[in-house]
Design a protein around this ligand. Structure first.
Ligand code: ZN
Length: 333
């Protein structure tokens, strides 16, 4: 009897030793799944909470990583983590906070944001383009609030304040057609780009002339009323803007022409060597053909191959590549 009790006791002791040995194998629980032994990272995926490459000023972007682990038996489990390291380019208009960033409220359409996200040895580059939301930059009175920005959208539904005069107008240095000093001005950034555009054109055998740049509210008022009384209301609203609704008041729009078009603003300019060159190349210096052919219903004005609008290189390229008008690009129409 004593012997058998001893035997049972011994067996129980051995069993418990064995069980303890099994239990000491490393167990890691990930997302409710038990993994055994040493784990290996077998996959890292980076994700963000945006649905497109476009971000709006003020938007919060959250970056997460999904890390997949595999145990010694080949069993897998993954976990989502915000523990990432993010590097941003110095120009990016964002405020970084851990694995999140907020796009600056003052960011301009076309600005690029490039960030590099890393975990362990793996990294991924995320690229975004800022695109303003036009409904956030207009008051109930139809007057826009971002009139000083190079991406401000001005049209028949979006007016400039009556007293808005850009503070950085400069005299054009390119050849001009008319003597009026007011209209031979643009905002500095646009004037500099226009000079560069004209110089490049010249090198390629294309000679351009500037005809009408900045126009004050009162100049535009006189022009529009003059058009109404001489050519009638219909013509006036098709070819000229009411005061406050002209892009020329932004100091970022310029009407250009060439000797081949008689130095005039005519649709024929679009078919000249000069007009065709401008159509293909203006965006490389930040200008777009604001009122393209066949888009009158969208932009509100007849085709004007001569009317260029400066929006900055980045945005001009985006718009040019899209083949859309400003109104379509910003989903206003
Ligand atoms: Zn114009």
């Amino acid at each position: 009897m004593k012997r058998s009790i001893f035997l049972i006791f011994s067996i129980l002791l051995m069993l418990s030793v064995l069980l303890t040995a099994c239990k000491t194998e490393k167990v890691t629980t990930i997302n409710g799944i038990k993994l055994y032994g040493e784990l290996k990272i077998t996959g890292i995926e980076f994700k963000d909470n945006t649905e497109s490459e476009y971000v709006v000023p003020g938007q919060k972007v959250i970056i997460t990583t999904e890390v997949e682990y595999t145990d010694e038996e080949g069993k897998k489990a993954s976990t989502v983590s915000k523990d990432v390291s993010i590097k941003i380019d110095s120009e990016a208009p964002i405020k970084l906070d851990g694995s999140e960033f907020i796009v600056d409220a003052t960011a301009i359409s076309g600005q690029k944001i490039t960030i590099t996200v890393s975990v362990e040895e793996k990294s991924k580059i995320f690229e975004y383009i800022v695109l303003k939301s036009p409904d956030k930059t207009i008051g109930a009175d139809g007057i826009i609030t971002d009139y000083g920005d190079i991406d401000a959208i001005v049209n028949k539904e979006r007016s400039l304040p009556k007293d808005y005069v850009p503070s950085d107008l400069v005299k054009l240095t390119v050849p001009t057609v008319l003597a009026n000093p007011e209209i031979n001005q643009l905002r500095k950034v646009a004037a500099d780009s226009l000079s560069a555009l004209f110089e490049t054109a010249k090198i390629q055998g294309v000679t351009l002339k500037a005809r009408s740049g900045y126009r004050s509210y009162s100049t535009q008022n006189a022009l529009y009323n003059g058009n109404v009384s001489t050519k009638g209301q219909e013509y006036a609203s098709k070819y000229s803007a009411e005061a406050g609704k002209s892009e020329h008041q932004t100091g970022l729009a310029i009407d250009i022409t060439s000797s081949s078009a008689g130095d005039e603003l005519t649709v024929d300019f679009g078919e000249t060597k000069e007009g065709l060159w401008v159509k293909e190349n203006a965006y490389t210096y930040g200008f777009i053909i604001r009122y393209p052919e066949g888009k009158e219903d969208v932009v509100g004005y007849a085709y004007e191959p001569w009317h260029l609008r400066y929006v900055g290189y980045e945005l001009a390229k985006e718009i040019f590549d899209s083949g859309l008008t400003v109104e379509e690009f910003f989903a206003l129409k």
